[in-house]
Design a protein around this ligand. Structure first.
Ligand SMILES: Nc1ncnc2c1ncn2[C@@H]1O[C@H](COP(=O)(O)OP(=O)(O)OP(=O)(O)O)[C@@H](O)[C@H]1O
Ligand SMILES: [Mg+2]
Length: 265
């Protein structure tokens, strides 16, 4: 892939014109219901790209389709990663290529200690941060947490933070973060954004899935998902304005009046 001249965005250097992830006309049906309805999206290598969308618009479904989870094979369309068509690849093959998903509702990995989980994550990727530093960055004191077991006794918020720490430890090529703030109340939004910046500075391209427009502050570009389609991609401020105008009082969740929206946009 040709590397173009970098462009400066805040304190980030972003290679320009290099698409790490390209989604072409993706349709996906679950239990007879069409959820993704022709998603087109291009994420540049090195950027933090926010996907903004209200509840039920298909954000998690899109995340699972990119990760290749069972039951989320598209009915139509293609997913390209680093120029390679990965539409038919398994979740394991995609993970090996460097794609990681941090879940909206993280699972508990029964039996492993947090230390083991973070070490496994680090070995699976190209991470260079110490696992202790990864935990501290997400607000969990390492001495209190490293030897705890990942089980149901950890709160949802603690599991969520451990998962963010695992992404930091792994430093994958692409991290899909599905609502990274959900369930986390102690860490402020600014602290989560700092974690995302650290990830990005470590070389990870971030697809940041959220319904909170404040997160656009950390992103280089954003896309607005509505009713299973990307309605707009561009500079964050522009996309946030579009989202505010058309989604805050949307009465057509997953059934947008596209024609009307496009007219106004
Ligand atoms: N297995 C399924 N069968 C039928 N409908 C489903 C299935 N999974 C999800 N849906 C529907 O698809 C739509 C999109 O769901 P999805 O979880 O992707 O939304 P989301 O944008 O992540 O929402 P949230 O912001 O609440 O997390 C919702 O209307 C949901 O009810
Ligand atoms: Mg979701």
């Amino acid at each position: 892939m040709a590397m173009a001249k970098p462009r400066e965005m805040g304190d980030h250097w972003v290679p320009m014109g290099c698409h790490l992830l390209v989604i072409e006309d993706l349709f996906l049906e679950r239990e007879g219901r069409l959820i993704l309805r022709g998603v087109n999206l291009a994420v540049e290598e090195g950027e933090i790209h926010a996907i903004l969308g209200a509840n039920g618009t298909g954000k998690s479904t899109l995340a699972y389709a990119i990760m290749g989870l069972a039951g989320y094979r598209p009915n139509k369309g293609r997913i390209l990663f680093a120029g390679e068509d990965i539409t038919e690849k398994s979740v394991t093959e995609r993970a090996k290529l460097g794609i990681t998903l941090a879940w909206q509702q993280p699972a508990s990995f029964e039996g492993l200690t947090i230390r083991e989980y973070l070490e496994i994550s680090k070995r699976a990727g190209r991470g260079y941060l110490r696992i202790e530093d990864c935990l501290a960055l997400v607000g969990l004191p390492p001495k209190n947490y490293l030897d705890r077991t990942l089980n149901d006794r950890l709160s949802g918020g603690e599991r969520k933070r451990v998962e963010l720490a695992a992404v930091l430890a792994m430093a994958p090529r692409l991290a899909i973060l599905d609502e990274p703030d959900s369930g986390i109340d102690v860490l402020s939004l600014d602290d989560i954004m700092e974690v995302i910046r650290r990830m990005n500075r470590g070389g990870t391209t971030v697809l940041l899935i959220t319904h909170r427009e404040e997160f656009a502050r950390v992103a280089h570009r954003a896309s607005h998902l509505c009713g299973g389609r990307i309605l707009k991609t561009g500079e964050c401020a522009e996309v946030v304005q579009f989202y505010k105008n058309f989604c805050k009082e949307c009465t057509h969740i997953n059934e947008p009046e596209l024609e009307k929206t496009e007219e106004k946009g």
